[in-house]
Design a protein around this ligand. Structure first.
Ligand SMILES: Cc1cc2nc3c(=O)[nH]c(=O)nc-3n(C[C@H](O)[C@H](O)[C@H](O)COP(=O)(O)OP(=O)(O)OC[C@H]3O[C@@H](n4cnc5c(N)ncnc54)[C@H](O)[C@@H]3O)c2cc1C
Length: 478
C-alpha cells in the first residue's frame, strides 16, 4: 500500500448515514472511499427501528423502497400516545403515509448493497485516528495508512473521531440513563401498536415489527445502571408492568441493549474541507425515532452539494449544508427531548392529564399537521433567500409526470429535475447528465427545478436563462 491513497471524498463510518452518502457520491461519479473501524461488513444491531415518511421518500428517490419493504417490516399509520392521544401519520400527504417499523440493519443492508453496486470502495477494520488539512486537501489517518481527498465527511457516530480531530465541540447534556431496549416476543401481545405509556416512575414504548417480534423500550427510575451492565429481561418486564400493568408475557429476546440518552449538537457541521453528518453532528432521545432518519436526510442534503462542487459548481453551495441542516437537528433535539421528558415525568398530576392535554391539542388540525410533519420529516422546509420564489426550499411532492412516470423516479441517480421548462436538454447544458427535463402531468404551476434531495431549488416563470444560471451554480458547470 502506498503511503497516501487518493480519493475525491473520504467517508468515515459505514453506519446508515455514511452508506447513503457514499452511495449517492458514487452514483454521481465521485471517487469515494469509506473507512470503517468494524471488521464485519454489516452490523446486526437492531438499534433504530422507525423509518419515517420523508426518509422513505428519500429512499424512493434512489429506487430503494421496494427492496426495504421486501426485507419485512410493519407499516403503522397511527401512534397512540399515553392512552388517549392518537398521532395520525395516515393523514400525511405522502406516498408513504405511515412509519415503517423495521430494524436498522435492514436499512443498512439496502444502502450497502446499492453503495457496492455504485462502486464505493470500502475498507473495513480501518479505525480513523486523526485528520489533517493542508493546501485544500484533507488527510485521514488510520492504523493501516493514510488517505487523502478534497473532502472528508465524519459519519462516525456519537463518539466521532473526525469531530474530535478537527476540534468541533459536542456540547449538551445527558437526559436519561439506563434506557433498556429489547426485541422480544409476547404471549399475549398488545392489541394496538405502537404504545407509548408511562406511570409510577417508569415508561414504555412498544411497537410491532410485524415478524413476530416487538421492540420494547423501557425505563425505570428505580433501576439505573451503567451502559455496559447487561440487560436482564426481568428489568424490562418490571418497567413495562409499572407503565402498563402487564408485561404481555414477554419472552425470547433476540437482541437487547442499554444506553443513555444524550442531547448534543455540534455548533458547526463544517471545518474547512471536513463535514459532520448523522450522529456525529447531533444526538438526542429515541422518542419519536428520529435519530437515523435525521442522519439519512443530512446525507441526502450534503451528497449532491459535494458532487456538484466537485463538478465545478459554486463552492459556496457547501455552506448551505449547515445552514439547512443545523436548524433541523436543533428542532429534533427540542421535540424528541420534550416527548421523553413528558414520558418520564414523575408527577402524578402530569401523568394523569398528559394524554388528555395532548389528545385535545392533536384534535386541532394545524397542531396535528405540525406534529406529524415534524416527526415524519414531511414538514421540513429550508429557508430561501430574499427575492426567491416562495416555493424555494419546500419539499417537492411526488407528482405524476406527463410521460407517465413520477417525479421521485426522475430524481434517481442524483438528478436535478427541471419541470415545465422551455429549456431543452442539451449535452452542453450545466449539470450535463445530472439534469433531467420533464413536464408535469398537471400543468399550470410555476416552472421549478427540483434538487436531487427532493426540495425545490428554483421556481418562477419559465425563464431558461435563470434556470441555466441556477444549474451552473448548483449542479456544476461540467
Ligand atoms: C443502543 C442504541 C439504540 C438506539 N436506538 C434507537 C432507536 O430506538 N431509535 C432511533 O431513532 N435511533 C436509535 N439509536 C440511534 C441510531 O442508531 C443512530 O441515530 C443511527 O445509527 C445514526 O447513524 P450514523 O450512521 O450517523 O451513526 P452510526 O450508526 O453510529 O454509525 C457510525 C459508524 O462509524 C463507525 N466508526 C466509529 N468511529 C470510527 C472511527 N474512528 N473510524 C472508522 N469508523 C468509525 C462505527 O463503527 C459505525 O459503523 C440507537 C443507538 C444505539 C447505540
Amino acid at each position: 500500500m502506498s503511503d497516501q491513497q487518493q480519493a475525491e471524498v473520504i467517508v468515515v463510518g459505514a453506519g446508515p448515514t455514511g452508506l447513503l452518502l457514499a452511495g449517492d457520491l458514487a452514483e454521481a461519479g465521485v471517487r469515494v472511499v469509506v473507512l470503517e473501524k468494524r471488521g464485519e461488513r454489516l452490523s446486526n444491531l437492531s438499534r433504530a427501528f422507525a423509518v419515517h415518511a420523508r426518509t422513505l421518500e428519500v429512499l424512493d428517490a434512489r429506487g430503494l423502497t421496494d427492496d426495504l419493504f421486501a426485507l419485512g417490516g410493519n407499516k403503522l399509520g397511527e401512534f397512540l400516545l399515553f392512552g388517549r392521544a392518537t398521532l395520525h401519520l395516515d393523514r400525511l400527504d405522502s406516498r408513504f403515509p405511515f412509519v415503517l417499523m423495521t430494524p436498522q440493519y435492514h436499512v443498512e443492508r439496502v444502502l450497502r448493497r446499492r453503495a457496492v453496486d455504485a462502486g464505493v470502495e470500502f475498507h473495513y477494520d480501518h479505525r480513523v485516528t486523526g485528520v489533517d488539512q493542508r493546501d485544500g486537501r484533507v488527510t485521514v489517518h488510520t492504523e493501516h495508512g493514510d488517505w487523502t481527498a478534497t473532502y472528508a465527511v465524519g459519519t462516525d457516530g456519537v463518539h466521532s473521531a473526525v469531530r474530535d480531530a478537527v476540534g468541533i465541540p459536542f456540547p449538551g447534556e445527558a437526559v436519561l440513563q439506563s434506557l433498556m431496549l429489547a426485541d422480544v416476543r409476547f404471549t399475549d401481545p398488545p392489541d394496538r401498536s405502537p404504545v407509548i405509556a408511562g406511570a409510577d416512575g417508569a415508561f414504555t414504548f412498544i411497537a410491532d415489527f410485524g415478524d413476530g417480534y416487538w421492540r420494547v423500550i423501557g425505563w425505570n427510575s428505580d433501576d439505573q445502571q451503567p451502559d455496559d451492565a447487561p440487560v436482564d429481561l426481568d428489568e424490562i418486564r418490571t418497567a413495562v408492568r409499572r407503565s402498563l400493568g402487564t408485561d404481555f408475557g414477554m419472552r425470547d429476546e433476540r437482541w437487547a441493549s442499554r444506553f443513555h440518552s444524550d442531547e448534543r449538537q455540534a455548533p458547526t457541521y463544517r471545518e474547512g474541507g471536513v463535514f459532520l453528518a448523522g450522529d456525529a453532528a447531533h444526538c438526542h432521545s429515541p422518542a419519536g425515532g428520529q435519530g437515523m432518519n435525521t442522519g439519512l436526510q443530512d446525507a441526502a442534503n450534503l451528497s449532491w452539494k459535494l458532487a456538484a462542487v466537485l463538478r465545478g459548481g459554486d463552492p459556496a453551495l457547501l455552506d448551505t449544508y449547515e445552514g439547512e441542516r443545523h436548524p433541523v437537528g436543533k428542532a429534533v433535539l427540542r421535540s424528541s427531548g420534550a416527548l421523553i421528558r413528558v414520558a418520564a415525568n414523575r408527577s402524578k398530576i402530569a401523568q394523569r392529564i398528559r394524554g388528555t392535554v395532548l389528545g385535545t391539542a392533536l384534535g386541532i388540525k394545524p397542531v396535528m399537521q405540525r406534529m406529524t410533519g415534524m416527526i415524519s420529516g414531511i414538514g421540513i422546509r429550508y429557508p430561501h433567500a430574499h427575492g426567491d420564489h416562495h416555493l424555494v426550499g419546500r419539499r417537492a411532492e411526488d407528482i405524476g409526470l406527463a410521460d407517465g412516470s413520477r417525479l421521485y423516479e426522475a430524481l434517481r441517480g442524483g438528478r436535478f429535475v427541471v419541470l415545465d421548462s422551455a429549456l431543452k436538454p442539451g449535452a452542453d447544458a450545466a449539470g450535463g447528465a445530472f439534469v433531467a427535463h420533464a413536464a408535469s402531468a398537471a400543468p399550470g404551476s410555476p416552472a421549478r427545478v427540483i434538487r436531487p434531495d427532493g426540495y425545490i431549488g428554483w421556481a418562477g416563470e419559465d425563464d431558461p436563462a435563470a434556470i441555466r444560471a441556477y444549474l451552473e451554480t448548483n449542479a456544476g458547470a461540467r
